[in-house]
Design a protein around this ligand. Sequence first.
Ligand code: SAH
Length: 258
Amino acid sequence: MPGKVWLVGAGPGDPELLTLKAVRALRAADVVMIDDLVNPAVLEHCPLARVLAVGKRGGCRSTPQAFIHRLMLRYARQGKCVVRLKGGDPCIFGRGSEEAEWLGGHGIEVELVNGITAGLAGATQCGIPLTLRGVARGVTLVTAHTQDDSPLNWQALAQSGTTLVVYMGVAKLDMVREALLAGGMGAGTPVAMIENASLAHQRQCRSSLAQMTEAAQAFGLKSPAVLVIGEVVESGALTRRELKEVMAIPLTERVSPR
Ligand code: SAH
């Protein structure tokens, strides 16, 4: 009997933001393949599984994707229950669907499990309501880093009236700023740059669109970080303390201190 591969989102970092389904998959896992951005603390749910670090820093730099594919296939064919753990959500800039398709094409049963994606977690943890009524009519998730360097339609994004959440943007701050300004977005549009969202060492840097590169430099912004761009950053923002006060008291007891 061939095994099964679960492609699981581990969430943004805080181990309490894992889904119950992810925990169930981890408990059943024989083998867990873990990406760089996954918090190893979630491995408490699979103490007996074999854990393989397969992120880009994990030792398979040359052909990481093909290598990971083959590894998953090998274990699944041995009848193992394989959990492929990815940061955030497996299908938000995470190649989850590519892996699912490839495994499915090789006759392996695959199940995808949602995770909380970093952009949504970061905004909420900083008290930014991404779709604040009357301020933003939606939210758009984009990556500043495309595989083939094909340009995004930044002008359309600048004028969309939606909050922008930019992934993989730390090395491209200048490009993002220039493209949005050229596209007609106001120089004063507020920006939040959120590093290590949901983790104990989460930090955020706020600035205007026009100032964001300098602000990030002075702040020492490092990857992983998401950029949240739009009026909601200032309009509805609650400070962390206010946010804690608003949350139900019994729950706050369970929120890890930051
Ligand atoms: N699948 C992931 C995204 C992977 S792409 C998800 O759904 O979250 C990698 C990018 O995600 C990073 O460059 C960064 O922009 C963002 N990211 C991942 N984890 C993050 C975190 N804890 N804090 C801030 N940004 C994060």
